[in-house]
Design a protein around this ligand. Structure first.
Ligand SMILES: NC(=O)c1ccc[n+]([C@@H]2O[C@H](COP(=O)([O-])OP(=O)(O)OC[C@H]3O[C@@H](n4cnc5c(N)ncnc54)[C@H](OP(=O)(O)O)[C@@H]3O)[C@@H](O)[C@H]2O)c1
Length: 311
């Protein structure tokens, strides 16, 4: 047998990844490749080993797909974009419609992948200074982001009962993802590096977070562990407040953090509806994630911040 064919046969699987070109997706693809997985990315931009959303709808799931992951979504924290009705619609539909498309394709595929991993956010839980939220907590939409998360999660469900038996669904409710090259850290690295960083508002609000490597490991763990299904909180096991994060990040950079950013400034600059992601927070625990046996590489904010600034 030709060596290439032998290599293909011994691969652990082939993963289809929506939004695989982004901050989380790029690291996920790298880790999957290093484990020997084959990858096809769904992207709006053409490229090698890529499919567009249109091509996917025309052709169906690529043959031999063993897992599907969806990370697609218009960047909410793109501060160059104003929080208009049109932008909000993009934010909403780029998540809900892509997830629906993938669920529909799995539903209709004769040969189904083993697992469909989708992402959602901790914004599904109502900000509260005392309440502790786990995967078992009741969730009722109360604002734009909680409604988005609810619809996003529902969009992953299959219509056919048989599909539910054949393909596991795992929904990871992610906290703020900490990594050097994207997300929140990319926005705040420079001011903190220049010694101009500080807490947001009083800094007392919780800031559910997870290190990028832990999130991508959790996605791979969800793919590889048949007993894992349903909602997992994608947050570190040691929750921290915005002030605790600010201090840890400043310490890792050896910089003071003396300049608080008043909440009203962010409300004016970003729009109050969007700024809640930073000005308010909730205490979220990964109870079920831990009970499945998942092990974190960066369980505390100090080690996570040290890794983020070490690059
Ligand atoms: N980063 C965080 O802290 C965090 C926290 C919680 C949840 N999440 C969720 O995790 C997912 C990935 O996050 P990320 O930080 O990796 O985001 P990202 O870097 O902005 O990447 C998202 C990807 O989505 C695709 N995309 C963007 N706009 C789209 C649109 N209008 N329609 C279809 N696809 C679109 C892009 O792929 P193409 O340009 O190649 O099409 C992009 O690579 C997002 O859904 C995000 O909401 C992230």
């Amino acid at each position: 047998m030709h060596l290439n064919n032998l290599a293909k046969m011994s691969r652990p699987g082939h993963i289809l990844i929506g939004g695989g070109t982004g901050f989380i997706g790029t690291t996920l693809c790298k880790q999957l490749k290093s484990k020997g997985y084959g990858i096809t990315v769904i992207s709006r931009m053409p490229g090698v080993n890529r499919l567009s959303w249109g091509e996917l709808q025309d052709k169906g799931l690529p043959k031999g797909t063993t897992a599907v992951v969806n990370l697609a979504g218009q960047n909410v924290m793109d501060f160059s974009r104003r929080w208009t009705a049109g932008f909000k619609q993009n934010v909403f539909f780029s998540r809900v419609n892509t997830t629906k498309t993938l669920a529909g394709l799995i539903d209709n595929a004769t040969c189904k992948p083993e697992v469909f991993v989708t992402i959602s956010g901790v914004g599904i839980y109502k900000p509260d200074s005392e309440k502790e939220y786990t995967e078992e907590s009741q969730v009722t939409p109360f604002d734009f982001f909680s409604d988005l998360c609810n619809q996003w999660e529902k969009a992953a469900h299959f219509e056919k009962p048989d599909s539910q038996k054949q393909c596991r669904i795992v929904t990871i409710r992610s906290g703020v993802v900490l990594g050097r090259d994207g997300g929140m850290i990319k926005q705040m690295y420079l001011p903190f590096y220049l010694g101009l960083g500080g807490p947001v508002g009083t800094g007392c609000q919780y800031m559910p977070w997870i290190h990028l490597n832990d999130l991508t490991n959790l996605i791979i763990y969800s793919i590889e562990t048949p007993k894992v299904h349903g909602v997992l909180n994608g947050v570190a096991p040691n929750p921290c407040t915005n002030m605790e994060f600010t201090k840890a990040f400043g310490k890792a950079l050896s910089r003071p953090t003396l300049f608080p950013v008043p909440s009203f400034v962010l409300n004016c600059l970003l729009n109050k509806e969007r700024a809640v992601m930073i000005t308010e927070g909730q205490k979220v625990l990964p109870k079920k994630t831990l009970s499945t046996g998942f092990k974190y590489q960066y369980p505390d904010i100090e080690s996570a911040c040290r890794e983020v600034v070490s690059k």
